[in-house]
Design a protein around this ligand. Structure first.
Ligand code: GLA
Length: 678
């Protein structure tokens, strides 16, 4: 089944007017002399680059003084790129304000929860609610869009850059006033807000909206619904900046508009489900995070989520890295074959273009140790050879453009849930919602099952199985979609601490897991998180850690039991027949092998199959297809060679293969198969 429940963005990467897949980079010519620009453009052609993002941090160059514009540098680089036939992803330049602005208007600077200011000298030092920032940034966008809005080389507008990467939340007085207006619009009356926030607690009742502040640093726990609404407000406030820039561009230009999302493990500040419908093309930035146990599995999750945001349409990988980044505690270079494997993984999961940060490695500034397509070592380097080689392969992959990914499993995921679930004063501080999402996704990845990531409430009719990891906050209507799906014959797997609260973070009384209690046929009266390093034995010989629950069966059967500790003999995993379908519940943190075994059983009962034989256990296999062809992506993440049996034209090595083919350690094969052949 394909994702078709979400609004499909108006245009997709093919709409950029490029011949094949996008292959490109961020380019910061303002860091280099003009003669370097010419060399760069010549080398870009050599590498097969066809899309270049410029003017991302251009503000202080384009507007060196308030209201004084100097487009000469931008004019020149745009003409150089245009003459070389390279498409331009034109930044609005508003990502980081110039020193003249924050000197003249220091009120633009963001303030953090403890009331201290964050100063210029880095980037993104602006308050999302600042009227001064809005006015000055929109003036810049207007001047830029007026000048280049119909330039034939401009294929895409790039609003700001990674909105909210550093400045998602500002707690200044201007933000406080904007938060109050947002709350008035949401609740209509102070009585409704008091009820939603549960302000009867700790004498928090508000008499007027004027008394409300953002959740600034407090002595004790802050009101959780105040915090949750502030998270929602912050996401909306930055979306407001996107909308204002996009609307200004539209006065002068018909070219597609986007901004680069950060669907990543370490940044969760924006609710991209609400942002996605506003983009002409969904674009994401993704960097392998070596602080995670399996960075390549998180990459797959991020890519699948980005495809979900695109409603199943192709999307654009706006940034990843050729090798090491500079912002993790330990910045590991990529192993041979890894850049191709990462690139192929994004394309396999729906990207119609892959771009890098950045073109030429900087020699100054805080990103000078970040890898680039053209490394410090120059063209006489392995890095450059890799860039050119990758360009050749991506050019060959032009035929994949527009092909779709199919999945029989939907995973329900929400940023809003993370904000609520990860708050303080919960039963344990040892759980992070996203880790639980990754655990369940990882089990499916290990089984070689392709998954669509969907928001709560998405129609599920096209799927055989829905997995619901740690969905603490869920609206009644969204929980009902899952229950209806099961009753009509679908299968569901729900994990602990799901269904607990409604959208106001209010507990559903009557027993956990609240909204899913009836569907799952279980009832829990009290959570039983474990002490640090504690574990209890399970009937499959494994152990449960961090979280347990005394589960009473109210219709479900017990599949796996606790066999030690105070819950010995009680169910840990259950299955409930509900209508024509079944609903499984996992009440604890299972070890990966144990979770995989449960997920394997659930998928089997749901009739869900791995993408291909041999998928899983370190070998990622994903298919994209159109009416005539299917492309099988085989990625060997292990350090040993593997064999596969796909026949067709292999596009990495550009040769026909059949029978059994060896794929080297770390290697990638992309096999085109003819769908019309019997
Ligand atoms: C982000 C930004 C880029 C750059 C890279 C470095 O993706 O958008 O400007 O800072 O990170 O990894």
């Amino acid at each position: 089944m394909t994702l078709r429940s979400l609004p499909i963005p108006a245009e997709t990467a093919p709409g950029l007017g490029l011949d094949g897949l996008a292959f490109g980079c961020d380019y910061n010519p303002e860091q280099w002399d003009r003669d370097v620009w010419r060399e760069d453009v010549a080398l870009m052609r050599q590498a097969g680059v066809n899309l270049v993002a410029i003017n991302i941090f251009g503000w202080s160059h384009v507007e060196p003084r308030d209201g004084e514009y100097d487009f000469s540098g931008l004019d020149e680089i745009i003409e150089l790129l245009a003459d070389a036939g390279i498409g331009i992803d034109l930044g609005t330049g508003t990502a980081s304000c110039p020193p003249w602005l924050t000197t003249a208007y220091p009120e633009v600077l963001p303030v953090v929860a403890d009331g201290t200011t964050r100063w210029p000298g880095g980037r993104q030092a602006w308050c999302p609610s600042s009227p001064v920032y809005r006015e000055k940034s929109i003036a810049l966008v207007r001047a830029t869009a007026e000048r280049y809005g119909s330039h034939p080389a401009v294929k895409l507008w790039h609003v700001s850059n990674e909105l909210g990467c550093h400045n998602a939340a500002c707690y200044c007085d201007v933000s406080a006033a904007a938060f109050r207006s947002w709350l008035e619009a949401r609740y209509g009356s102070i009585a409704a807000l008091n009820s939603a926030w549960g302000t009867a607690f700790w004498s928090q009742r508000y008499d007027t909206f004027a008394e409300i502040l953002p959740p600034r640093a407090t002595l004790s726990f802050v009101n959780p619904t105040q915090r949750l609404d502030f998270d929602r407000f912050c996401s909306d406030e930055l979306l407001g900046q996107y909308r204002a820039e996009a609307a200004t561009i539209r006065e002068f230009s018909e070219i597609p508009i986007t901004t680069n999302f950060m669907v990543a493990a370490h940044i969760t500040a924006l609710d991209y489900w609400s942002w996605a419908p506003e983009m002409s093309v969904i674009a994401n930035d993704h960097y392998l995070d070596h602080r995670l146990p399996r960075p390549h599995v998180e990459l797959a999750f991020a890519a699948d989520t980005t495809r979900g945001l695109a409603g199943g349409s192709p999307w654009l990988l706006m940034e990843h890295s050729t090798s090491a980044v500079n912002w993790q505690p330990r910045n590991l270079p990529k192993a041979p074959g890894e850049m191709l494997r990462n690139t192929a993984a994004h394309i396999a999961r729906g990207a119609d273009g892959v771009c890098f940060f950045q073109w030429r490695a900087s020699v100054s500034g805080s990103e000078k140790f970040h890898s680039a397509m053209l490394p410090h070592a120059g063209t006489d380097s392995r890095g450059w050879a890799n860039t050119v080689e990758l360009g050749r392969i991506v050019t060959r992959l032009a035929e994949v453009r527009g092909a779709r990914v199919h999945a029989d499993v939907a995973l329900v995921f929400s940023w809003e849930n993370q904000w609520a679930a990860d708050q303080e004063a919960h039963p344990t501080s040892d759980i992070r919602a996203l880790e639980q999402v990754h655990a369940l996704y990882g089990a499916l990845w290990d089984l070689g099952v392709t998954v669509d990531i969907v928001p709560p409430g998405a129609p599920l009719d096209d799927y055989a199985l829905v997995v619901v990891p740690h969905l603490y906050l869920v609206r009644d209507a969204d929980a009902a979609v899952i229950a209806d799906f099961v009753r009509r014959g679908g299968h569901a797997l729900v994990t602990f601490f799901s269904g607990i609260v409604d959208e106001t973070d209010r507990i559903r009384a009557g027993g956990y897991p609240g909204a899913f209690r009836d569907l799952l046929g279980v009832r829990v009266e009290e959570f039983a998180p474990l002490a640090e390093h504690d574990a209890v034995a399970l009937s499959d010989g494994s152990v449960a850690t961090i979280w347990t629950e005394p589960v009473s069966l109210t219709g479900a059967e017990s599949i796996l039991q606790y066999v030690s500790g105070p819950l010995a003999g009680m169910p840990a995993v259950t299955r409930n027949r509900a209508g024509a379908g079944s609903a499984w519940y996992v009440s604890t943190v299972l070890q990966p092998a144990s979770l995989r075994a449960i997920v394997e059983r659930v998928t089997r009962e749901a009739g869900v199959h791995p993408t291909a034989p041999g998928a899983g256990a370190g070998v990622e296999i994903v298919r994209r297809s159109n009416d005539t062809h299917e492309w099988v992506f085989v990625l060997n993440h292990t350090d040993a060679p593997v064999e596969h049996g796909f026949s067709g034209h292999e596009l990495v090595t550009d040769r026909a293969i059949s029978g059994t083919t060896a794929l080297p350690a770390g290697g990638t094969h992309i096999i085109r198969q003819d769908r019309s052949r019997p």
